[in-house]
Design a protein. Sequence first.
Length: 290
Amino acid sequence: MIEPEWIAADWGTTNLRVWAMRGAEVLDRRETDRGMGVLDREGFAPALAQATEGWGDATVIACGMVGARQGWIEAPYAPAPVAATPAMVRVPGHRVWIACGVSQADPADVMRGEETQIAGLLAARPDFDGVVCLPGTHTKWVRVSAGEICHFQTVMTGEIFALLSRQSVLRHSVGDPDDDAGFDAALSDALSQPHRAFGGLFRLRAESLLTDLAPGSAGARLSGALLGLELAAAKPYWLGQQVAIVGSSRLAALYARALRAQGVEVVEADAEAVTLAGLHALWKNTGGTS
């Protein structure tokens, strides 16, 4: 039986990831498919108990969609600008604390989960002054200065790629991206001429019918075009800034490649490492108690 000092939890819409912790040391880790999206309000406690079976009754520090309005308990948004270490709310009757998200009034935007990763990044780089890019289904571009989240922008590139490649007519032509040159060319074209890139998306289907465009090349060009459109939209964030990228290794590498091609100074951070560092900072804020 493992007896952790505390338990870290990253509870998203699809999955629940938990770590048994001694201070900042990981003793054990588990993952289940009991995400917020498949649970009603009464299902969270049993799902957590099952995921942490054998770990005792240590305090749990959680981030992510578990704190959404449809989650276990709503952890309200803190309006930006706000200190990068988020506030927390406690689940009544349980030794569970949930990190609050961050909101922005104008233009309207919200984040939930990314604020904890930013806190973890700053735990390792307390003097960081620049932009944090968190690639994913809904990529976040976050301006950070003096230990605060100043403002941010969400871009739905990941979701749009999934919709176009799996549910649109392009699904017949697009495969897993496998053409670096095609990706680079499509990204450059979209960044310099967004209107032409948007108007040319159907060309991927036409070329697959007329010239046997390989699915891997079509996927790379679609990925490059959408990322180029995103960089054009987010240019006020990354232009002239140091950018820290937090994400999965493959996706983070694509963003790093694209930004470095524009002369941007890029540093990369492991998503799991900064999530745990952020949750550890929150646990210390509780005094390491229940």
